[in-house]
Design a protein around this ligand. Structure first.
Ligand SMILES: NC(=O)c1ccc[n+]([C@@H]2O[C@H](COP(=O)([O-])OP(=O)(O)OC[C@H]3O[C@@H](n4cnc5c(N)ncnc54)[C@H](OP(=O)(O)O)[C@@H]3O)[C@@H](O)[C@H]2O)c1
Length: 390
């Protein structure tokens, strides 16, 4: 798919200088398509000193989230701005995707301010920041950004790079879904699928911190006992596989666990028939909140749940939440999450760092990245992948 537009030429030189000196790499794409095919690691020129109102950033760590891959595929509603594109010297005539005009992947990540332009106040060299504008491109060693497009990470000295790099997408999604749809009191129950996802793990931890019980659904796998143990260690009250849930006798077990208390919030990132099974566990006047569609199957719910149980089915998108809230409200949520991390109540999910080292050529680094993309698409990671570009 060739849906991305060309950027205005005046912006290109601002984002990456035309100097010949190489300052680092970026993971870029020239066209939308399968990430394992269209992503490239490219050397980028050194940044010039930042002009007024802007900053130069050294990106420390940036996650590769499922939605980032959807952006590369061109199927995600939030897209990079046309003027975020960058122009690099055409590199290889034998590579048909090497057009020179490219987009830097990545939405989330933590960066260190490396230079401050004139007129910028409240931020200094060494501060840790996150990019607040969606899809601004975090898969790079360095970025030049408007100072208005970043927020300082509070209490950064108390956080690891991984904690700060994963602060703005999954934990706030979990936090908001637990608080925006229904008032839950300690002892109440929440059911969720995809419970071992990064969002699911944040749900488990934040629910535990609030005294809520969680019933967590995951896919079966050979090492299911190990996975259940890991989720229990995070604070999961109960964990079942979708196969176990399909067996009707499990209903009595669940009633015993909950003391027949109605489950009034369900969180869905999967879709398909397993979600219909999960929805049947909800009590009267419950809320089913869908925030992902990992099974790529439509959500199909029994009509009886709406008629007889007054089920309410919603969607949640953290990007929309950010766009509707003030800078103060966004900062308050980030501080709340940082406080939970500092109190050891919330941590980054198990992760692996994919390092693109300065010693690799662009071609070697591209090959390594594309292998990782294939492994991710085949579900061979089972861990959050974080990108470090030297
Ligand atoms: N709406 C929002 O604001 C928002 C915010 C953050 C994330 N999300 C969405 O939430 C979802 C999870 O994101 P994440 O970063 O937490 O993901 P993640 O850590 O990469 O985990 C992916 C999860 O999806 C499960 N999964 C993958 N394919 C599946 C399938 N065919 N059937 C059932 N389960 C499947 C995986 O289970 P296995 O371990 O069994 O493979 C795993 O639990 C994604 O769809 C993401 O786009 C939405």
């Amino acid at each position: 798919m060739f849906s991305l537009r060309r950027p205005p030429a005046h912006r290109l030189s601002r984002l990456f200088a035309t100097s010949a000196a190489r300052s680092g790499r970026a993971v870029v794409y020239a066209v939308n398509g399968d990430p394992a095919t269209v992503l490239r690691v490219r050397s980028v020129p050194a940044l010039p000193p930042p002009p007024a109102g802007t900053l130069n950033l050294q990106v420390l760590l940036a996650p590769i989230n499922p939605a980032d891959l959807n952006v590369v595929e061109g199927v995600y509603p939030s897209k990079p701005r046309a003027d975020d594109a960058v122009h690099l010297p055409t590199h290889s005539v034998s590579d048909p995707l090497d057009t020179g005009t490219v987009w830097v992947g990545g939405n989330e990540g933590v960066a260190r301010v490396s230079a401050v332009g004139p007129g910028v106040s409240g931020l200094g060299v060494g501060d840790w920041v996150i990019l607040t504008r969606p899809q601004a491109g975090t898969w790079a060693a360095e970025r030049a950004v408007a100072a208005a497009d970043v927020a300082r990470v509070p209490d950064a000295e108390a956080l690891t790079e991984a904690q700060a790099a994963t602060l703005t997408v999954n934990p706030p999604t979990a936090y908001n879904m637990l608080s925006e749809f229904i008032d839950l009191a300690p002892g109440d129950w929440v059911v969720q699928n995809g419970a071992n996802s990064a969002v699911g793990q944040a749900v488990i931890q934040i629910a535990k911190a609030r005294g809520l019980n969680t019933l967590n659904l995951v896919r079966h796998r050979p090492e299911i006992d190990e996975l259940k143990q890991r989720l229990h260690a995070l604070g999961a009250t109960q964990v079942l596989t979708y196969d176990e849930l399909a067996d009707k006798s499990v209903r009595d077990k669940i009633k015993a666990w909950t003391g027949s208390k109605a489950i009034r919030l369900g969180l869905n990132c999967v879709g398909g028939k397993d979600t219909a099974l999960m929805a049947r566990l909800l009590g009267a006047d419950a809320h089913l909140v869908s925030y992902g569609a990992m099974a790529k199957q439509p959500l199909s719910l029994p009509t009886s749940l709406f008629i007889f149980k007054n089920l309410k089915s919603h969607g949640f998108w953290q990007t929309r939440w950010y766009s509707m809230k003030s800078a103060e409200e966004r900062a308050q949520l980030m501080q709340t999450l940082v406080n939970l991390i500092k109190e050891n109540k919330l941590d980054t999910p198990a992760h692996e760092v994919l390092t693109i080292s300065a010693a690799q050529t662009d071609e070697e680094a591209t090959e390594k990245l594309q292998e990782a993309m294939v492994a991710m698409s085949e579900g061979r990671y089972g861990k959050k992948l974080l990108l470090k570009i030297e």
